[in-house]
Design a protein around this ligand. Structure first.
Ligand code: NI
Length: 164
């Protein structure tokens, strides 16, 4: 497993639509492992494959640091409520902004054996899932920021618990 280079805003790969995963190959297993390594190394809450340059519909999310989720070909089944809060992205370093997201989501996704499962999340997990799923369709949270995109200060970095 290895840390991969995270693509930064301005890189056109972040604006592309990722493709469905049809089969799990050794390369995909390696990619998923590397995505976790890369996310944890950067203290992120989630990462989409396109952020490491691979246009496949794979996201990893871990909102607590010890609850790793892999979602392959995720589909949003249900949302409810609303939450407004800070969001960041490993592809937009040093910045954060206010984004409104559903407070609850239910997704249908496939695991590393391509078996379907449902995942429900609220609050930070719901936010992270929505943020990462946007990446699969070429969208960054900066498009949804209410008001200004702000620079992180050292104080923010300490408080930041929702950088993705
Ligand atoms: Ni992101």
């Amino acid at each position: 497993m290895a840390i991969r280079n995270v693509r930064q805003i301005g890189d056109s790969i972040l604006e592309k639509t990722s493709k469905e995963v049809k089969e799990i190959t050794p390369r995909i297993r390696e990619l998923i492992g590397d995505m976790f390594d890369t996310m944890y190394e950067a203290d992120g809450v989630g990462l989409a494959a396109c952020q490491v340059g691979v246009l496949k519909r794979i996201i990893v999310v871990d909102e607590t640091g010890d609850m790793p989720h892999v979602l392959i070909n995720p589909r949003l089944m249900e949302t409810s409520g609303e939450q407004t809060g800070n969001e960041g992205c490993l592809s937009v370093p040093g910045k954060h902004g206010t984004v409104t997201r559903p407070n609850y989501v239910k997704v249908l996704a496939y695991d590393e054996e391509l078996k379907p499962f449902e995942l429900e999340g609220t609050e930070l997990l719901a936010r992270a899932i929505c943020h990462e799923m946007d990446h699969l369709d070429g969208h960054l949270y900066v498009e949804k920021v209410e008001g200004e995109l702000r620079d992180n200060t050292e104080d923010d970095e300490e408080e930041e618990d929702d950088a993705e």
